[in-house]
Design a protein. Structure first.
Lengths: 282, 337
């Protein structure tokens, strides 16, 4: 029913539909990965460095672990981390951006100054530094990423709140003495709410890339297969110097690229749809 | 009778120094935060800050008393503010401790690696900024034609590539299959030569530029599109301003100002990318040093490398920021509206 409506109203356009389709496949793979036994991709099932063959379509790594299973389990690791981080960050950004947009002048100035300072510090370096010293378990990584990624979206949301606030119907309502929370809930939420979608998507993209980079540097959670960790072993073993790169290095990298690309396409499609409304508001 | 408040024409130079002063305060705050993080994180290490001074195996052999003794010797028992001052003193005098893996002074190791990273990141920033902005302008002006939409699609794809993976693919294609470019380190058989270094830079710089360009392209493009449809530009067009002049004076100037801000994010992105890219290409800079330090759990070296990388990003940002008033007359004269 909802899918039909989306299709009819061309909610996402061609680009966005392609993105949604790719993402749906990755999500399906991730769900399948959750159903696999705990040993999947973690235990020795074949000769080390085995070429692709029956039972191991993508061969085995240097410890004889199934590379296809690592790829499948990695989808779950990446997506769950990205979506949890994106949800937390979007929530923080909504509160901070809202406070900076609607709060008193001193609050707004302080928050914006703080954001400017945070923007100068390089996110990825901070993430690697913090993870190197604090630990690499799933919860810690989620916490660090959420603490690092909120400034950019907060700034976007503050701008959106300010733009919405200057619109005619809001000024009228304000002049009639409506409370701020009522204005926000009744008259501004439809303008600001949809913006949370691209913010969520963009944060998820950054989380996936950053976390893959961390694992690639050997700082991933050693007990959970992930795309970045597989590529760490590719790097350590110099796999791309042999022909094993086609089944060992290519799939996880392509998986990261496709997942991020899918999110980017969805984000751009939603932004394009929002654009007329934003232009009208300006 | 109340006096009319007519503000004097603002003094350009004073406004500029006020702008600079504000920024300097901001950057001092950033540096302080970076230093605090660098100071605090090792102290939050699971297993305690003693890990900074020895391998886990060596630490496991120590008795409780010996641990306590080392802790006092290095002052971990003292009040935190005192420790922090000591740490700052160490940073200023370049006393960053000794590496656990090879016993070198951390400052020496970092000093040897820094020029290589500056070379890699510096050239990448210049090329990324030039190409990204130029293509963004083309993409915006030719948006309805094949060239523009092709560029946009390319930028979206390129923006999704993980740097380490692109680096590996480049090694496979140009190093292993075609055998046309070196993929490892900076020196060939005849040692370190200018030509050799340039050759060795091609693939790492390409990796950074390609992955960094997409975002800059998209931002420049959308900034330009916003200005193109704005009223002043429409009006200038209606007035009959020639196309070239319209683009140069009325579109590019205002449209490229916000791009300058994005350049800052880009600097951080490329500096962080150097960690990954130097690892893939075995390039002897700070990034490679960081990776080796992480692999060996060499915490003093790690701490030092992160500090230098962060300070490098902050200083590059400050440099870019100081040039902003040259582009934006409003920041020069103090008229902020």
């Amino acid at each position: 029913m909802m899918l039909q409506r989306i299709a009819r109203r061309r909610l996402l356009g061609t680009q966005g539909s392609v993105g949604a389709a790719i993402l749906a496949v990755v999500v399906a793979v991730a769900i399948y990965g959750v159903a696999l036994p705990d040993s999947a991709g973690r235990e020795r099932v074949a000769e080390p460095y085995a070429r692709p063959g029956p039972g191991i379509p993508l061969g085995a790594d240097d410890l004889g672990r199934n590379l296809l299973e690592q790829l499948i389990v990695g989808a779950g690791t990446s997506l769950s981390l990205a979506f949890i981080v994106a949800a937390i960050t979007t929530a923080i950004a909504a509160v901070v951006g809202g406070a900076a947009g609607l709060g008193r002048r001193w609050l707004s100035t302080t928050v914006m100054r703080g954001i400017d300072v945070m923007l100068i510090l390089p996110e990825l370096i901070l993430y690697i530094l913090a993870a190197a010293f604090l630990g690499q378990s799933f919860g810690i990584r989620v916490a660090i990423l959420s603490l690092i990624l909120w400034p950019v979206p907060s700034r976007v949301l503050r701008a959106a709140v300010l733009t919405a606030w200057s619109r005619g119907h809001l000024e009228v309502a304000r002049a009639m003495g409506a409370a701020r929370w009522w204005l926000l809930a009744r008259h501004a939420s439809y303008l600001i709410g949809p913006l949370l979608v691209p913010i969520f998507v963009r944060t998820a993209m950054r989380a996936i890339i950053y976390d893959a980079t961390l694992s690639f540097l050997g700082l991933g959670d050693p007990t959970t297969p992930s795309w970045g960790t597989t590529l760490y072993w590719v790097q350590v073993n110099g796999v791309f110097l042999s022909d094993a790169w086609t089944w060992w290095a290519l799939p996880p990298g392509a998986a990261i690229t496709l997942t991020v690309l899918a999110l980017a396409l969805i984000g751009i499609a939603v932004e394009d749809r929002l654009n007329p409304a934003l232009k009208e508001a300006a | 009778m109340t006096q009319l408040d007519i503000s004097a024409p603002s003094d350009g130079r004073r406004a500029y120094s006020r702008y600079l002063a504000g920024r300097i305060v901001e950057y001092a705050a950033v540096l302080l935060i970076a230093l605090t993080l660098n100071f605090a994180l090792p102290r939050a290490l699971p297993g305690g800050p003693l890990k900074l001074f020895g391998s886990p195996e060596a630490l496991a052999r120590l008795t409780e008393d010996e641990r306590a003794q080392i802790a006092t010797q290095y002052g971990f028992g003292r009040p935190i503010p005192e420790q922090f001052l000591d740490y700052l003193k160490g940073v200023v005098t370049l006393d960053l401790g000794t590496s656990l893996s090879d016993g070198r002074e951390v400052a020496d190791a970092l000093g040897g690696a820094l020029p290589w990273t500056l070379l890699l990141v510096g050239s990448s920033i210049v090329i990324t900024a030039t190409l990204g902005v130029a293509l963004g302008v083309v993409g915006a002006l030719r948006r309805r034609r094949g060239k523009g939409s092709g560029l946009l699609a390319g930028a979206i794809v390129v923006d999704s590539l993980p740097q380490f993976w692109l680096g590996m693919l480049l090694i496979v294609v140009f190093g292993v299959q075609l055998k046309v470019l070196p993929t490892f380190g900076v020196s060939g058989i005849d040692g370190v030569t200018v030509g050799g270094v340039l050759q060795h830079l091609v693939l790492p710089v390409t990796t950074l530029v390609v992955t960094g360009m997409g975002y800059l392209f998209m931002y420049t493009r959308s900034s330009l599109l916003t200005v193109l449809t704005s009223e002043p530009v429409q009006h200038a067009h209606a007035r009959g301003v020639p196309y070239g002049r319209l683009i140069r004076r009325h579109v590019l100037r205002p449209a490229l100002l916000p791009v300058h801000t994005i350049l800052m994010l880009e600097i951080g992105f490329l500096a962080a990318g150097s960690i990954v890219v130097e690892t893939v290409f075995a390039y002897p800079g700070l990034g490679r040093l960081t990776f080796d330090a992480i692999s060996a759990r060499d915490y003093p070296l790690m701490q030092g490398a992160f500090l230098v990388l962060t300070v490098m990003v902050v200083l590059m940002n400050a440099l870019a920021d100081a040039t902003y008033p040259l582009l934006d007359p409003r920041a020069r004269t103090g008229g902020s509206r």
